[in-house]
Design a protein around this ligand. Structure first.
Ligand SMILES: Nc1ncnc2c1ncn2[C@@H]1O[C@H](COP(=O)(O)OP(=O)(O)OP(=O)(O)O)[C@@H](O)[C@H]1O
Length: 637
């Protein structure tokens, strides 16, 4: 306030106010003696009345303010996406206040949707609400309808200007059809922000974009279930955990949102002299072959909109990869195995400071003990989780990694495909690694309990049987647990005239690549592998998977057999089970039962109790190590 205005106001003050002011200055007590000057008393009375009135008003305002504050502090805990419970959590009976509270809540929700990163980190995700069939309606609630329009989708936290919206084509689909799809495909969505997004049943339901105008899905007829259900959230900029069976198209489920986000945001500028290679998206894969495969898939999508992708993996010359990185100051997308990426980060030739999109493929494997520290370092080199979008995809999601996962994410939306009811329990009736674990239901699973000494002979019989007559060129993938075992089995088969190749950690990378290429091309029809080939590899037309030795974890079993029966096809898996594997009998029985597969009596004899996860870490056994480096620790494969 200016001095002039101050002066003008004091000039306009009437006498009584001045008298009252004077009184105030002399600090007369409220119970002033009765023999005071009558004029002063009158002024004092007036002042007192005015003060009381003001105090009353202040008090009322203060009370209302406090009530409002208390209410808003309560909200994150009481708010649910279900409209009914939202109303129930508002107990104030005064209509006016109720209206005000509702408005506050609405404003708050809108603010939260806009600034997910600011306030979502603190609130815990709400569990998926399920209906009687164990299937949610896709909104995180069982009974409410999915939103008719979703232009209120959260803003992109990662900075991309791509805006997901529900298209008119998707609007036109009836709610009944949406509900039927959600139920039939067993889609469960747990969405902490309560954003109601319909699945995109057709590619034409996606909002148009430069990328889509290039018809990247010309060879497919419709999105797979995980794509349909997770795309709306991932395209909206939400963090997403996607859990769906092996071979269900998870790679494209994270690739499309990644490329759309990058294509719609400007590349950060760096000085020409800067020798560091910057990336805007990073995808981490547990094995070299999977990294290469994912890189190929992402590259072909990214190149449609002029984006580049580079693959960094161990066992190959660093110089070549460095040269690729230095071209154009990096790449839009880096697909990498953790070890090599860590090396480049340590050298300072790669920076992840521009990363707006991070993906952990085979997320449970990446978060397991063998890789946990690497992942902490890699994600720690990216902008904080509030400033990037983080996606995790896998077919198996053991409880052991869930807490860790959410620590890297902001209010992740969890999209689960398949009726993953709790299977079994341990001696105390508690959950274990088998919770929500499900094998691909199109795979015929057979378990043979055999004498350990007769395994190789039985393998030979099974192979001969599988490749007889017109099936002589059918591809068969044979899994062993140890590298030495794989070498022995390969030699055994070779000596008996089988066209066989192998892939395991004792081979040089070029040998591994050659074996895989020969198997893909059909020049060798049998591939003997350790668990380096268990996850993610998408080899066309693998008709049969044979487990010569049971893997270390039941999750690995699910991934191994998942090399067949991909992209909607059927497949077959035969497991030779011996008394040495009896610790896994209970969890295997659960997997077989959940997939309606026969359970042999000999297997039941080993017991149906599900033991606590036998191995905390798969990592020590099939973590890819760079053989060009001097070994510092012994690895078992
Ligand atoms: N919408 C689609 N329609 C038909 N096939 C598809 C579709 N999307 C992807 N595919 C194909 O499905 C196959 C399996 O996909 P992908 O490798 O992504 O599976 P995945 O779910 O990641 O499996 P895993 O759990 O074993 O890693 C691939 O050959 C891929 O090209």
């Amino acid at each position: 306030m200016s001095a002039g205005s101050k002066h003008a106001r004091s000039d306009g003050e009437d006498q009584s106010v001045r008298a009252a002011k004077k009184l105030k200055k002399t600090d007369q007590p409220a119970d002033a003696p009765a023999d005071s000057d009558p004029a002063s008393l009158k002024a004092e009375k007036k002042r007192k009345e005015k003060k009381e009135k003001k105090d009353k008003k202040d008090k009322k305002e203060k009370r209302e303010k406090k009530q409002k504050k208390d209410k808003s502090e309560d909200e994150p805990a009481t708010e649910t996406p279900d409209a009914t419970t939202e109303a129930e959590s508002t107990p104030n009976p005064v209509a006016k206040k109720e209206k005000k509270d509702k408005k506050d809540k609405k404003d708050k929700k809108a603010k939260r949707e806009k600034q997910a990163s600011d306030d979502s980190a603190e609130s815990a995700p709400k569990p998926t609400l399920q209906n009687g069939n164990g299937v949610s309606n896709g909104n995180g609630t069982a009974v409410t309808e999915s939103a008719p329009a979703t232009n209120g989708a959260p803003a992109q936290r990662n900075g991309a200007s791509y805006k997901y919206h529900q298209t008119k084509a998707l609007d036109a689909v009836s709610e009944g059809e949406i509900q039927e799809y959600l139920k039939k495909q067993e889609i469960a969505v747990s969405d902490p922000s309560g954003t109601k997004l319909r699945p995109v049943l057709q590619f034409s339901h996606l909002p148009s974009s430069t990328l889509l105008s290039k018809s990247p899905f010309a060879s497919f007829t419709a999105p797979t279930t995980i794509q349909a259900a997770s795309w709306p959230f991932a395209l909206s900029g939400c963090d997403v955990i996607g859990i769906a069976e092996t071979g269900s198209g998870k790679t494209m489920a994270f690739s499309l949102p990644c490329v759309e986000a990058l294509a719609s945001s400007p590349k950060p500028k760096h000085s020409k002299g800067d020798r560091t290679a910057y990336a805007r998206a990073v995808v981490v894969s547990p094995t070299r072959e999977l990294a290469m495969q994912t890189h190929a898939a992402m590259s072909s999508l990214a190149s449609l909109v002029g984006l580049s992708a580079v693959c960094l993996y161990g066992g190959a010359p660093k110089d070549d990869q460095r040269a690729l990185l230095r071209k154009n100051n990096g790449a839009d997308i880096i697909v990498a195995t953790p070890g090599r990426l860590k090396d480049f980060l340590a050298e300072g030739c790669v920076s992840l400071s521009d990363v707006m999109f991070a993906v952990l493929d085979e997320a449970d494997r990446m978060l397991d003990k063998g890789f946990e520290e690497d992942i902490k370092l890699i994600l720690g080199s990216c902008p904080p989780r509030e400033k990037r979008q983080t996606l995790m995809f896998t077919a198996t999601w053991p409880t052991s990694v869930r807490g860790l996962a959410e620590g890297f994410m902001v209010d992740p939306v969890k999209v689960t495909i398949g009726n993953r009811t709790r299977a079994g329990g341990d001696e105390n009736g508690e959950g274990n690694g088998t919770v929500e674990l499900q094998a691909n239901s199109r795979i015929e699973q057979k378990v043979e309990v055999v004498d350990p000494r007769g395994k190789e002979q039985r393998l030979l019989e099974l192979l001969k049987d599988a490749q007889k007559g017109s099936a002589k060129n059918d591809r068969v993938l044979v899994f062993c647990l140890y590298k030495k075992e794989a070498v022995r089995v390969e030699q055994f088969l070779e000596r008996r005239g089988i066209r066989v190749a192998s892939i395991h950690g004792d081979l040089r990378q070029d040998q591994r690549t050659r074996s895989l290429e020969a198997f893909k091309a059909g020049t060798t029809t049998v591939l003997v592998a350790t668990d380096v080939a268990a996850r993610g590899l998408d080899i066309p037309e693998v008709k049969l998977v044979i487990n010569v030795t049971f893997p270390l974890t039941i999750e690995d079993y699910v991934h191994r057999i998942g090399r067949t029966g991909r992209a909607g096809k059927t497949g077959k898996a035969i497991t030779l089970f011996t008394e040495h594997d009896k610790a896994h009998s209970g969890s295997l029985v659960n997997i077989l039962r959940a997939a309606n597969q026969p359970v042999p009596d000999e297997l039941l004899k080993f017991g149906t109790t599900v033991k606590k996860k036998a191995h905390d870490s798969y990592g020590a056994f099939f973590k890819d190590v760079d053989l060009s480096k001097k070994g510092t620790k012994i690895t078992f494969d």
